[in-house]
Design a protein around this ligand. Structure first.
Ligand code: NDP
Length: 295
């Protein structure tokens, strides 16, 4: 059987970063300003530290200023909100993000509500989420991971309009906004979650599958309609004695089976992952252009 086209998120993300870099330079030449991103990280989770470091490196690589605020695990909610408010008022900061998850003694909702919607480059403020869900409204920012999924479909020339799409997962940061974006693109969307019975019967009807679950190899070849497009958001560590780290990362989709059935598929790693940071840079640039009224 035919082998699926590999959707190369790493290459697309590189191309997008180059485009952003050129725009940042054009902005600097024209008005002497560059975009700025502030990242607040509370506690010392290893994975969060890695994400934050990657975000800083990505900012540097395109000429975006980055401001990092590392706060101790036992900080109070008020302390975090104080920093957010300072950044809200700082004209050199165009994007503010709070690395999640927060320590359990903090109320995530209170903290995310404090970010000005004009600087909410993660797109997690309830007003941005609300506007994304409403017809005829435009959010200031769209959440980065789902935006990256749609961008991949666009850049590979994959039609969305009128197609049947199935999103697996309904989290606030990936599944739900992905389903809303697909709907805005005129797909007919079904959401599958942990209480869905016979999920494979539903996914088998999909022209486009976006999976954001966090279960390695859950989506088998038999779940996929021949010729469907598969976007695998999952990042799951599985034991691997051959790897120097003792583990490797796989998606939600059983890639070896899916590649013989799908028409196009994202690998893990190298698919959606690199797109998330590229979209964060894109949102920060959009915000700065808006703030300086620079087209
Ligand atoms: P969450 O744990 O917040 O959400 C998982 C979703 O999957 C839930 O809606 C849950 O359903 C659903 N689910 C769980 N088990 C099943 C099942 N057996 N069948 C169908 N649905 C199920 O995860 P996130 O959305 O934050 O992340 C999902 C995955 O994507 C993770 O692997 C994460 O690491 C990865 N990720 C990757 C990013 C990237 O940059 N590529 C960015 C963010 C996340 P229910 O609502 O009923 O509990």
């Amino acid at each position: 059987s035919a082998t699926a086209e590999v959707i190369d998120g790493k290459a697309v993300a590189k191309q997008i970063r180059d485009e952003i870099s050129a725009e940042v330079m054009r902005m600097k030449d024209a008005i002497g300003e560059v975009p700025g991103l502030a990242v607040i990280i509370v506690g010392n989770r290893k994975d969060s530290a890695t994400y934050v470091r990657n975000k800083r490196k990505a900012c540097e690589s395109v000429g975006i200023n980055s401001f990092e605020v590392p706060l101790p695990e036992d900080s109070t909610e008020e302390e975090v909100i104080k920093f957010i408010k300072e950044f809200n008022d700082d004209p050199s900061v165009h994007g503010i993000l709070v690395q999640l998850p927060l320590p359990s003694h903090m109320n995530e909702e209170n903290i995310l509500n404090a970010v000005s919607i004009e600087k909410d480059v993660d797109g997690f403020h309830p007003l941005n989420i609300g506007h994304l869900a409403m017809r005829g409204r435009e959010p200031m920012f769209v959440p980065c991971t789902p935006k990256g999924c749609i961008e991949l479909l666009h850049r590979y020339g994959i039609d969305i309009k009128g197609k049947r799409a199935v999103v697996i997962g309904r989290s606030n940061i990936v599944g739900t906004p992905a389903s809303q974006l697909l709907q805005r693109e005129d797909a007919t969307v079904t959401i599958v979650h942990s209480r869905t019975s016979n999920p494979e019967e539903i996914t088998r009807q999909a022209d486009i599958i976006i999976s954001a679950v966090g279960k390695p190899n859950m989506v088998r070849g038999s779940w996929i309609k021949p010729g469907a497009v598969v976007i695998d958001v999952g990042i799951n560590p599985v034991e691997d004695a051959k790897s120097p780290r003792g583990y490797r990362l796989v998606g939600d989709v059983c890639y070896d089976e899916a590649k013989n059935i799908a028409s196009a598929i994202t690998p893990v790693p190298g698919g959606v992952g690199p797109m998330t940071i590229a979209m964060l840079l894109s949102n920060t640039l959009i915000s700065a252009k808006r703030a300086y009224n620079f087209q």
